[in-house]
Design a protein around this ligand. Sequence first.
Ligand code: ZN
Length: 171
Amino acid sequence: MFFNRYNVQNEDENEFLNIIASRPFAWAEVKGGNGYENVRGRVSFYRVQNGVVVFANIKNLPVSQEVCAENIFAMHIHQGEECTGDENDQFKNAKEHLNLNSCEHPAHTGDLEPLFAGRNGNAVYAYWTDRFTLSQILGKVVVIHLQRDDFVSQPSGDSGVKIACGKIVTR
Ligand SMILES: [Zn+2]
């Protein structure tokens, strides 16, 4: 299949669009927790020759309508395997960021690009990465946080509470 030998950086953008149009190898159906029930969407992971293409399509993020609002939401792959928790942290069992090489944040295996939402609360993006392989992330969970990631603070970028979560599954 063309997407198994595809090299993102040597091909044109039409090839990139073909990847997104194909069936992903793995995906996470993301659902909002208490207080954020309307947040929903999917993060899809596509196999390419030298890495993974990540495609995110998330709706109803809790945006502000202020003129200078950032409306940026951190998103990471966490090492836990369940989107459950307790009254203090409803996705506590998502645990910490996936970190296979004992690095500091934001050099964790599971650190993803943040979501930049529009005024309607929707965020869509796609990018290529070689931080992880598909086998390394299967069964783990994707978590969206209430705030942006500062890419400095340890251990998780001071990105606020977890508002949505989804387990990474395959066909
Ligand atoms: Zn991290």
